[in-house]
Design a protein around this ligand. Structure first.
Ligand code: CA
Length: 227
């Protein structure tokens, strides 16, 4: 049974989440504040944590940092629409994904399943890992990309960017994380670098670069690789 820890101080939302998750045979615990969340994560070892960022006792981002000190449990953040800085801080602190309130229960459950699947996935073997889509194939070991029977030439920077994204299919990777990984900078004013390189990658890999199917932008937040 997949165990979920719901960290949320709104009792009505907790009730809706618990009922929907139990109906799908998840085991659910609920914590109304950050301190309880930290205690229950250690005590119950959930498979995934659903975390509201606006908690009465602690900043949700501090809860993520505290958890990341000792656990890699997937963390799916619930966040208010207006708080985009907060979402970015949550991703940079180690959250795996976020969903904006108000959200549909179906979408939340889909994200939850994806988070659990990613955590359960066997780590890729870099020597022979192939990422295959209908449009192109990426050989992570040989650092080669083929599209429709032809080799695609990527610059080292394009390759590095692609490699980070495809290593976590479906996962939102923050701009800050990509900037730090690729250029060692975290200034948000460098996000135009990312736009330029993403546009180049799309031109090389996407059938319709202006309507990407695989290299998805989450405006203001980051990028996802969708299989
Ligand atoms: Ca709240």
């Amino acid at each position: 049974m997949t165990r979920v820890l719901v960290v949320e101080d709104d009792p009505q939302l907790v009730r809706a989440l618990v009922l929907n998750m139990q109906a799908r045979a998840y085991g659910v615990d609920a914590a109304p504040d950050g301190a309880t969340a930290l205690r229950l994560t250690a005590a119950r070892q959930p498979d995934v944590v659903v975390l509201d960022l606006g908690l009465p006792d602690m900043d949700g981002v501090d809860v993520i940092r505290a958890l990341r000190g000792w656990t890699r449990v997937p963390i799916l953040v619930l966040s208010a629409r207006s708080a985009s800085d907060e979402k970015i801080a949550a991703l940079d602190a180690g959250a795996d994904d976020y969903i904006t309130k108000p959200f549909s229960m179906d979408e939340l459950l889909a994200r939850l399943r994806a988070a659990v699947r990613r955590a359960a996935a066997v780590p890729i073997d870099a020597e022979q890992a192939l990422v295959t889509t209908r449009e192109f194939t990426i050989d992570l070991g040989a650092k080669k990309v083929r599209r429709r029977g032809h080799d695609v030439r990527l610059t080292p920077t394009e390759w590095h960017l692609l490699e980070i994204l495809v290593a976590s299919p479906g996962r939102l990777i923050s701009q800050k994380h990509l900037l730090q990984e690729i250029w060692g900078v975290s200034q948000s004013d460098k996000t135009n670098y990312l736009r330029v390189y993403m546009a180049q990658l799309r031109r090389k890999l996407e059938a319709d670069p202006s309507h990407p199917r695989y290299l998805i932008t989450e405006p203001g937040m980051g990028y996802r690789f969708e299989m």
